[in-house]
Structures are given as structure tokens and as C-alpha cells.
Ligand binder design. Structure first.
Ligand SMILES: [Zn+2]
Length: 414
């Protein structure tokens, strides 16, 4: 009897060992196939060169090119996991600032803002040695402005010879009232500003790209719950999307309304409150113009080469459509200002006009909402609160309901 128990116990422990080995090997398999991880970034500067080192869990392939206005060096990797702290490397020498994040589904990007014209003297990877992990190393040396421009030209020529970008045909302009007549649900596209390599405005704790995504998700959830709308998000995770592509997404879904969500930052920390913007080539005030310039920099921050982009379309048809679209956008903005009052602090002259690139779909009424200021501690606290998100999203759902109410639509049709 005693022997049998011992045998059973032995059998059980063998099974446990097997289970353990199985779990450990599963873990190993998954960690091998997982994306390489960047554990830290270091910058060292001497008189001759500035060196940036990335400590990594695996060897990676990379592609480097330079961009002008402002001067940048861009490095593309296959998808890697970045450290959560953006400020892990102190800028110095030829490096003014570095940014990193997801760029596309299969690519991660590191952007180096240069303080002076510089070229990549060396770039290479190192295998683990003397207790150090895999490393990616890039050495920058100072150069003249003209040599830098030449480098940009060369990189561009090389890129175009590899893959010429296919020009995107512009979708047909639709008739705005077609869907409402046929009784289909209105389509709403919610756009969480920034993302991935572009963090947007920074608060003491919060980052704009996370704040906008959390709000966009809550807003979309509430809109879907009404059962009255078809709702899409331009992004549902921490990924970079070019401004032009956000507009294209809205048009692809044949959207009736495009709402871009942002949060601002400003030097005067006392400034707080929500504001809403509609498109105008002439900004309503100096601050609005400055804000549009800042938000339009998103593509620059992410290292987009504008010479790769197809030319903006401009013709009379689009101009006409845009005029009608603008009136609808203004109408929605006014409804939002009325509904949001009481739910959150409003910036004075809450509705403003400026030339945001993301509002430029000629046939989709579009607004950009700045939820508040991450530089104001009260606003930052609100922007990070799920209760506040819920409350403000409720008011914005009411605004959408009012905008699509049969009475208002009938009045417009007259
Ligand atoms: Zn923004």
C-alpha cells in the first residue's frame, strides 16, 4: 500500500515536471518570436561626434534617411517595443531631441531632430559582449548646410528608385443628403489625435496621444450605444497615422461627420478649458493660427517626407463642396459649445477658426475639439479621469443627436 502511494506521488511529480517543462518551453518560444525590445537609449557627445546607442534584446535590421525643414535623421526598424519613458536619453551634442514609437503595423520609427546640420558617419549593430546586450549604434558628425541638403536629395532619389509611391486617386464627391433620404444610419468618424511616434502635447504625467485615444474610445462607445449611428475610429491603438490619411479614412467611410479629438499645451499654466475649431484659411486669431501650426506639425514630428505625397487636389467642384461642408461644420460646432457648457470649463471664444490639415475633407463636415490643456493641473486631472470623460462624451452624443435631428435636417433641406 505504502509503495503504491509512493508510486502515485512519483507519477504526479513526473507529470508536474513535464507540465513545467512544457510551460517553460512555451514561454521560450513566445519570447523568441516576440518583437525585439529596446531596453534603453543613451546619447554621448564629444567634439568630433555624437553617438546614440539603443540597447536591445535582439539584433534588428534598419533603414536610415535624412529630411530637411527642420533637419532630421529618421531610422526605421521592424516593429520593436519601446521603453515607456520618452526622456530616457538626454539630448546633447548634435541631437536636439529624439522621438520614437510605432509608425505602421510592421514598422517602428526613431526620429532625431538635429541641432546643427549633421551626417550619419557610421551606423551598425553589435552582438552581446562584456555583459552588454545587442546594440544599435549611430554616429553623427557635423557637416555644412549644403552638404546636408545634398544628403536629403540623395536619400530621396534612392527611396524613389526603390518604390515610387502610387498616386492615390481622389474618391468621387458624394451628395451629402443621399444617405439621409434613403434612411441609412449616419456615419461618424472619431479621430484620436497623434499616436505612435508622435506623442502630441505633454502634461506633467499625461500625454496627448493617450488622452485622445481614451476619450475617442469612450465617445465611440456611447455613440454606438444609441443604436443610431455607424461609428468608426481612425485609430484604436498607439499608432501613428499621417494627417492626410485621417482625412482619407473619413472619406472612405463616406462619413457624415468627422470629429478630431486633441488636447493642448501652453506656456501660461493658468490657461484652461475646452475649445472647438472649424476650418478656415484665415485664422480667427493669433492663438488659433499658432495652434493649427502646432497640430499640423504632426507629420513632421513623425518624419514624413512631404515630397512623397501626391499633390493636393484643387478644383472648383471641391471648392463648392467645401463651402457647404464648412457651413455644416460651423453649425455642429455651435451645437457642441451649447451642449458642453456646464459639463466642462470652456475657453473664452470657444468656437474658433484655423487651417488644420486634418479638417480638409471637402465633403465631410469636420471639427477639431481641444478637450483642455495638459499644462494646467486641473485640466490634466480631468483629462485623465474616466468619470469626466463619460460626462463630456454624454454631452457630445447629445450634440450629435441634435445635429442629426429630423427637424434640423428638414430645415436645411428647405
Ligand atoms: Zn493635438
Amino acid at each position: 500500500m505504502a509503495n503504491k502511494t509512493t508510486f502515485l506521488r512519483f507519477k504526479r511529480s513526473i507529470w508536474q515536471v513535464f507540465a513545467h517543462v512544457f510551460v517553460v518551453s512555451l514561454f521560450l518560444a513566445s519570447s523568441v518570436s516576440a518583437a525585439p525590445e529596446v531596453s534603453s537609449l543613451r546619447i554621448g557627445a564629444s567634439k568630433e561626434r555624437t553617438r546614440l546607442v539603443l540597447d536591445m534584446t535582439q539584433n534588428v535590421s534598419f533603414k536610415i534617411f535624412s529630411l530637411d525643414n527642420p533637419r532630421r535623421v529618421v531610422i526605421d526598424f521592424p516593429t520593436v517595443v519601446w521603453p515607456s519613458d520618452d526622456n530616457s536619453a538626454k539630448a546633447q551634442g548634435l541631437i536636439n531631441k529624439i522621438r520614437f514609437g510605432h509608425f505602421t503595423d510592421t514598422q517602428s520609427r526613431l526620429v532625431i531632430d538635429l541641432s546643427r546640420p549633421a551626417v550619419v558617419a557610421k551606423s551598425f549593430t553589435l552582438a552581446p559582449a562584456s555583459g552588454l546586450p545587442h546594440r544599435f549604434v549611430i554616429d553623427l558628425t557635423e557637416t555644412s548646410a549644403s552638404k546636408f541638403s545634398q544628403q536629403v536629395q540623395d536619400d530621396r532619389a534612392k527611396k524613389q528608385s526603390v518604390a515610387a509611391p502610387a498616386p492615390q486617386p481622389e474618391p468621387e464627391l458624394k451628395s451629402p443628403s443621399k444617405r439621409r433620404e434613403s434612411g441609412e444610419k449616419p456615419v461618424i468618424v472619431i479621430d484620436a489625435g497623434h499616436g505612435g511616434v508622435d506623442p502630441g502635447a505633454l502634461g506633467r504625467h499625461a500625454r496627448e496621444k493617450n488622452v485622445t485615444l481614451a476619450f475617442a474610445r469612450e465617445y465611440a462607445r456611447q455613440l454606438r450605444n444609441t443604436g443610431r449611428y455607424e461609428v468608426y475610429l481612425t485609430r484604436n491603438r498607439d499608432i501613428y497615422i499621417p494627417l492626410r490619411q485621417r482625412v482619407t479614412i473619413a472619406r472612405k467611410h463616406d462619413a457624415d461627420l468627422f470629429i478630431s479629438i486633441h488636447a493642448d499645451a501652453i506656456e501660461r499654466k493658468s490657461v484652461r478649458g475646452m475649445s472647438i475649431y472649424t476650418l478656415s484659411e484665415t485664422a480667427s486669431d493669433h492663438e488659433a493660427a499658432a495652434l493649427a501650426r502646432k497640430e499640423n506639425r504632426s507629420d513632421i514630428i513623425a518624419g514624413i517626407d512631404f515630397d512623397d505625397q501626391p499633390r493636393e487636389v484643387a478644383n472648383i467642384l471641391i471648392d463648392l463642396a467645401q463651402r457647404e461642408t464648412k457651413n455644416l461644420s460651423v453649425e455642429f460646432a455651435k451645437i457642441v459649445v451649447n451642449e458642453a457648457r456646464g459639463a466642462t470649463r470652456l475657453l473664452d471664444r470657444t468656437h474658433r477658426f484655423a487651417g488644420f490639415r486634418v479638417l480638409k475633407a471637402p465633403d465631410v463636415p469636420s471639427v477639431l475639439i481641444e478637450l483642455g490643456f495638459l499644462t494646467n493641473s486641473s485640466d490634466e486631472k480631468q483629462l485623465s479621469s474616466s468619470a469626466w470623460r463619460k460626462k463630456l462624451a454624454e454631452r457630445l452624443v447629445k450634440s450629435v443627436n441634435a445635429y442629426f435631428s429630423p427637424n434640423r435636417v428638414a430645415r436645411l433641406a428647405r
